[in-house]
Design a protein around this ligand. Structure first.
Ligand code: WTA
Length: 710
């Protein structure tokens, strides 16, 4: 790879060099406070010129980006309507944008392409088939096992779908849903493994105007039931089971139990459609007559054509649950038109996948998360791309699995998470270098900050120093990538920084009291103006969405802290709230605390995140037992299992510390700041390092906490 001197300063609108000048003190402080202490080197990477000859982008140079960026901020209506005209609208829109980001002026709302009617499934499939691209591959499914050894045939599932075949299957599923009484606006829960049929099921919902709510198939029956009830799902699309690595996951048992729980709460799920993935009776599934039908039986009888339901641009497309600082998970609501345009546009520019050159995309995220929604289902298909959907895990049957797949399919674009990169990095380079990987063009990262060490390994070892890395910052709520480098000439890449905003995104840094900060500095990351895929609401609780994200008039508050350097590059420095990102999954500490407190021996629990080499963060739990209950290794195990069962395997606590007392203020509020420091610092920490402890009701508690650190 070629290393060059740092790029010239970017002149983003609202970020002039005059502002650089008078904020030099702020910069000095932030360099000491963050960069130096984290040991971040600001090395700038530029792909070689030959790279861009072979992999040209729609934008020739970073200067082009700057021109378009400026236009997108100054005149968003002109910018987005020009792009939106490339899609099919059954009825053209009348008004491009109206919005209110100011709570004191009335309800928060964002409305794009009002008056327009479209259908995202039509744009993802029919449009390409009509353009003569029906024979192009939409999906390859790469199974968990290299050979189908533990299943009696994948229930007739196909290993690949062309765009035409995808359209036909989507139409069949849509017809089956209709026959179950699912109508426009009805909610459908999806609990499926990562096979091509999962995005197809999402599209089937969208085709008939139903709203999908995909639940990650690693969640427990309780977590699934909470989501199905909250969204009011009428039907569920499920699966018998799947192998993940060497483990059988009996998915239908979870669905069956969750539906039972819903019934007990008075929410009746009328129908399920069950995909037979494992065949035979591997997963021991017993269908309930009248409620459950097999996918292959129902679709065999259904027509492969289904009329499109044209919906208004603001018609709900999906609800996707994400953890918050407090209380229950939030059902983030996205709508049709704006989400479609932004998922498609970000995919096009950030990844630069060229189907006509046989590019093959692989995103390892599950459709149970937003990354799978936007960059497995919608972004790639809206661009007519071909991709691999991977059912398994990167470590099975061995840690070379991803690179084996890269060579097998000629994967050109790989999008994965830092936690996967770090875990593979530990296994040694030889598992990577024994594969050619010569097809790779662009490498993507998502879900949490990528540490510079992992970035460099990804760049040098995986990409052989050739490929740009797109470190993409975004959220379930933003719907699409919001800050990321584009793989274009002149765009310097700094390991660990997501760099500059995507077109139409206007990030700002705010002080704790909501004042906009200028120049290089650190603060609360917020977004100043709406973008097409802005979340529209929290399902059933618009008030909560206003309180959570719009507490400062005029800004969408992301919940992240970030630093902006002198080139205008953004560096995410962590969450500003009580969400902990474990292996790229958002966990609300309040949810884990509630799960622990369910145990009959527990009086109270406080959970914090601490850094973890592979997972990014892990959970450290302080548990106070009820009077008369004694700590024991067995109780510790019970608590871990109980959290796992209630929330899902990825939420299992790593550490449990018995804490007879928690540090509380006189008004009884747990001082989480202290708990975080003690958890991360361990026995070696000094009381003086904990900051102001004068408001504690009983300062002695701290010594006890430090002494009992595990
Ligand atoms: C974090 C995932 C640093 C961040 C798409 C954000 C990141 C949260 C990055 C959203 C990144 C995501 N660099 N941090 N490239 N990408 N995050 O809703 O804290 O699952 O707020 O969306 O993940 O997580 P979510």
């Amino acid at each position: 790879h070629a290393m060059r001197p740092p790029p010239p300063l970017f002149h983003l609108p609202g970020f002039s060099s005059a502002r650089h000048a008078h904020s030099s003190t702020a910069r000095a402080a932030s360099v000491e406070g963050t960069e130096a202490s984290r040991g971040v080197e600001e090395v700038v990477f530029h792909p070689a010129d030959e790279y861009f000859q072979q992999v040209p982008h729609h934008y020739d140079h970073v200067e082009d980006y700057l021109v378009h960026y400026e236009k997108s901020i100054k005149d968003p209506e002109a910018f987005w309507s020009e792009i939106a005209r490339n899609f099919h609208w059954e009825t053209p829109w009348e008004e491009t944008l109206s919005y209110n980001f100011n709570r004191s002026a009335g309800p928060i709302h964002v409305r794009f392409f009002h008056g327009g009617e479209t259908n995202i499934a039509y744009n993802a499939l029919d449009r390409h088939v009509a353009a003569g691209l029906g024979d192009r591959i939409a999906f390859y499914t790469e199974r968990n096992d290299l050979e189908p050894i533990r299943e009696s045939g994948p229930g007739g599932l196909k290993d690949q779908y062309t765009y035409r075949e995808a359209l036909e299957e989507v139409s069949r599923i849509a017809n089956v849903l209709k026959s179950m009484g699912v109508k426009r606006g009805d909610k459908v829960g999806l609990f499926l493994p990562m096979v091509a049929e999962l995005p197809l099921a999402m599209l089937a919902c969208a085709r008939i105007g139903a709203v999908h709510t995909v639940v990650f198939a690693g969640f427990s029956k309780e977590a699934l039931a909470d989501r199905l009830c909250d969204a009011g799902c009428k039907a569920v699309i499920a699966c018998d089971g799947v192998f993940r690595g060497s483990k059988l996951i009996p998915l239908f048992h979870t669905v069956d139990a969750a539906i039972q729980l819903c019934n007990e709460r008075g929410h009746i799920i009328e129908h399920t459609l069950v995909l037979k993935r494992l065949g035979g009776d591997v997963a021991g599934v017993h269908l309930t007559p009248g409620r459950d039908v097999w996918w292959h039986e129902a679709t065999a009888k259904a027509s492969s054509s289904c009329p499109v339901e044209w919906v208004p641009s603001e018609h709900p497309l999906f609800i996707l649950y994400t953890s918050g600082s407090t209380g229950k998970p939030k059902g983030v609501l996205h709508t049709t038109g704006g989400y479609m345009i932004q998922a498609a546009t970000t995919f096009r520019h950030v990844f630069n996948v060229r189907p006509e050159k046989n590019d093959i995309f692989l995103c390892t995220a599950d459709c149970g998360w937003i990354t799978g929604h936007s960059y497995v289902t919608y972004g790639p298909l809206l661009n007519g791309a071909s991709q691999v959907v991977f059912e398994g895990v990167p470590s099975y049957p061995d840690v070379g699995r991803l690179w084996h797949m890269v060579d097998k399919y000629g994967i050109t674009h790989l999008y994965t998470a830092p936690t996967a990169i770090r875990s593979l990095m530990r296994e040694g380079d030889e598992h990577v270098t024994k594969y050619a990987r010569s097809s790779l063009k662009v490498l993507g990262s998502v879900g949490e900050p990528i540490n510079p060490e992992a970035w460099k390994w990804y760049h040098e070892v995986v990409g052989g120093g050739r490929c740009p890395i797109v470190d993409t910052w975004w959220q379930t709520e933003t719907g699409a990538i919001a800050i990321a480098p584009l793989p274009i000439k002149g765009w310097g890449q700094k390991p660990g920084s997501a760099s500059l905003p995507f077109l139409g995104i206007e990030p700002v840094l705010l002080s704790q009291d909501g004042k906009e900060l200028e120049g290089p500095t650190e603060g609360l990351l917020a977004i100043k103006s709406p973008w097409p895929s802005t979340l529209r609401s929290i399902y059933g609780d618009h008030e909560r969405m206003e309180q959570t994200y719009f507490s400062f008039d005029g800004y969408y508050l992301t919940g992240d802290n970030a630093r902006r350097d002198s080139d205008g590059y953004y560096w995410i420095t962590g969450r500003a709230d009580d969400v902990v990102i474990v292996s790229g999954h958002n966990l609300g500490t309040a949810e884990v605390e509630a799960a622990l407190a369910q145990h009959p021996s527990v009086a109270e629990a406080a959970v914090v995140g601490i850094p973890h080499d592979v997972k990014g963060n892990c959970l450290y739990c302080y548990v106070t037992l009820k009077a008369g209950q004694a700590p024991s290794p067995d109780l510790e195990k019970q608590l871990k299992v109980s959290v796992r069962n209630q929330l899902g395997a990825f939420a299992a606590p790593d550490f449990i510390q018995w804490a007879p007392n928690l540090p509380k203020t006189r008004s009884g509020k747990v001082m989480r700041r202290i708990l975080r420091k003690v958890a991360a610092g361990g026995k070696a920490i000094n009381v003086e390092d904990l900051g102001d402890t004068s408001t504690l009701a009983d300062p002695e508690v701290i010594k006890e906490l430090i002494a009992n650190h595990v």
